[in-house]
Design a protein around this ligand. Structure first.
Ligand code: NAD
Ligand code: TYD
Length: 350
């Protein structure tokens, strides 16, 4: 039986990845290690928590002692590493926690994996999930990020992720541990913490709160539905080549303001509101410090080599996402009230 450690499985992308692996591969034992920070929510995995091939462990990737005993307990053959501090705005106000988790945490996992696997005869893999933000910022009209685009991160978040990518490559080059890295564009979909643009604005529209657009709203992001990312992670985990990097993106660029207007229109329809009423909530606010202008991924490598393609058009994915948030307002209410942080205690009688 393959024993896989998935870190950060109680977060947004991690929960979709854990669910996919637990359901699709009953022959794998999946251990989800998560610190349950504000972004970690056990309710995200309610539907798989009693599956035989799933175990949850609470812990901190930057804690060497904890990680050493976790690897001793389970003798993992692979790691899919998603745990991170992930929100750019928080990295601007509180950068040091990003350095600790994203850099020290990744180095700690690499160190323990290397020690565990030094005499191993099985097929090991350290799969590191990263972001396109490591490449910096593009001009509005122009090129894309390729796998060989030089790193030029500009926020504390993206610099900490860039550092972690370098550490993964260093452990591969120096100690020979098998690794693969993927750099993905902006994700959206169910279970995303309502501090990121799309879920925050859905929730604000629902409650008639203002929609704070940073700067002029001209910044461009390349949006990908989260299950398409989880599908890419599955493919790369099984078929990615040792030592390689894969870019993942939807070829789906939207300026923030166009995306927000589309969201407003769709929300008006779904809530039976007068056309144009949600747009009135748009409020232009001071720009984010160092706000990256444009991200856009060239995903030819994963398409050509592994046969991956996004399955959903953006309008379809956005529609599914809005419907999910509207029919799961209990989930959002639990997150915004802090109730979700009691779930662990209730469920695991701690
Ligand atoms: P998230 O913030 O929703 O979840 C992060 C998870 O990591 C949470 O469950 C949190 O409790 C856990 N965690 C944080 N610090 C930890 C620590 N020290 N030890 C153990 N667990 C810890 O993040 P997400 O949006 O799901 O992103 C997951 C990964 O994907 C990150 O590595 C991120 O950089 C990367 N990524 C995200 C996006 C995106 O659009 N969200 C795009 C590309 C790549
Ligand atoms: P975000 O979801 O934070 O992702 P990232 O910064 O990693 O791309 O933001 C997406 C875009 O939306 C980004 O250009 C910043 C902008 N934004 C706003 O204009 N207002 C907001 O309240 C938020 C959270 C983001």
């Amino acid at each position: 039986m393959k024993k896989i450690l998935i870190t950060g499985g109680c977060g947004f992308i991690g929960s979709h990845t854990v669910r996919r692996f637990v359901k699709k591969y009953p022959e794998y034992q999946i251990v989800n290690l998560d610190k349950l920070t504000y972004a970690g929510n056990l309710e995200n995995l309610q539907d798989v928590e009693t599956e035989k091939n799933y175990t949850f462990e609470e812990g901190d990737i930057a804690n060497l002692e904890q990680m050493t005993s976790l690897f001793k307990k389970y003798d993992f053959d692979s790691v899919i590493h998603l745990a991170a501090e992930s929100h750019v705005d928080r990295s601007i106000t509180d950068p040091l926690v990003f350095i600790r988790t994203n850099i020290t945490g990744t180095a700690t996992l690499l160190h323990v994996a290397k020690e565990t696997w030094k005499n191993s005869k099985s097929n090991n893999l350290f799969y590191h999930i990263s972001t396109d933000e490591v490449f910096g910022s593009l001009e509005l009209k122009g090129d894309f990020f390729y796998e060989n685009t030089p790193y030029d991160p500009k926020s504390p978040y993206s610099s900490s992720k860039a550092s972690s990518d370098h550490l993964v490559r260093a452990w591969h080059h120096t100690y020979g541990i098998p690794v693969v890295i993927s750099n993905c564009s902006n994700n959206y979909g169910p279970f995303q913490f309502p501090e990121k643009l799309i879920p925050l604005f859905i929730n604000n529209i629902l409650h008639n709160k203002s929609l704070p657009v940073y700067g002029k709203g001209i910044n461009v992001r390349d949006w990908l539905y989260v299950e398409d990312h989880a599908n890419a992670i599955d493919l790369i985990f099984h078929k990615g080549k040792n030592g390689e990097t894969y870019n993942i993106g939807g070829h789906n660029e939207w300026s923030n303001i166009d995306l927000i207007k589309l969201l407003c229109k769709s929300m008006d329809q779904k809530l039976g509101r007068e056309p144009g009423s949600s747009e009135k909530l748009i409020t232009y606010v001071t720009d984010r410090a160092g706000h990256d202008l444009r991200y856009a991924i060239d995903a030819s490598k994963i398409k050509n080599e592994l046969g991956w393609n996004p399955s959903l058009q953006f309008e379809e994915g956005l529609n599914k996402t809005i419907n999910w948030y509207l029919s799961n307002n209990k989930w959002v209410d639990n997150v915004t009230s802090g109730e979700y942080q009691k779930y662990y205690k209730k469920q695991y009688s701690i």
